[in-house]
Design a protein around this ligand. Structure first.
Ligand SMILES: Cc1cc2nc3c(=O)[nH]c(=O)nc-3n(C[C@H](O)[C@H](O)[C@H](O)COP(=O)(O)O)c2cc1C
Length: 140
């Protein structure tokens, strides 16, 4: 069975909820999913057929430093892969995701559908569906 590991940082749970629904979408496509908090991840966290990274917008349109540090550690292991990128934001325009995507492309990674951003919590059916669809796209 193909595997998807979803590695995420979350402060208040919104990006973690996205991870959960993205995982559901991938599972519905027959893929075995693992959710891993980046604060508990080691380099084996990227030993999977498919990989996704989640971080909310923090700082001033910045990816969580914990996530940046983790990707720095493992980037040589995943060079050439396609990855999912996702995260929650509040008042911004998604600038953190744009920067993150460009950084990943510089690292020779392809980003599935340019990433997925959700405003605050995953609190309605439309947002849930977007996450599930993104999960399917990552493993498609
Ligand atoms: C310290 C801090 C910095 C933030 N910076 C931004 C930002 O630059 N742009 C933005 O759109 N949202 C920003 N936010 C809002 C968070 O991205 C938003 O609350 C998000 O839902 C948090 O996701 P989480 O529950 O996964 O931590 C910030 C929140 C905090 C606490």
């Amino acid at each position: 069975m193909a595997t998807l590991n979803i590695i995420y940082y979350t402060g208040t749970g919104n990006t973690q909820d996205m991870a959960k629904y993205i995982g559901e979408g991938a599972e519905s496509a027959g893929v075995s999913v693992k959710l891993i908090n980046v604060e508990e991840a080691d380099e084996t966290a990227v030993d999977a057929d498919f990989i996704a990274f989640g971080s909310p917008a923090g700082g001033a349109e910045e990816v969580a430093p914990e996530m940046i540090e983790f990707i720095e550690e493992i980037k040589n292991k995943i060079s050439g892969k396609k990855v999912g990128l996702f995260g929650s934001y509040d008042w911004g325009q998604g600038g953190w995701m744009e920067t993150w995507r460009e950084e990943m492309i510089t690292e020779n990674l392809a980003v599935v559908n340019d990433g997925l951003t959700i405003h605050l919590s995953v609190d309605d059916d439309e947002k849930i569906e977007k996450c599930r669809e993104y999960g399917k796209a990552i493993v498609g």
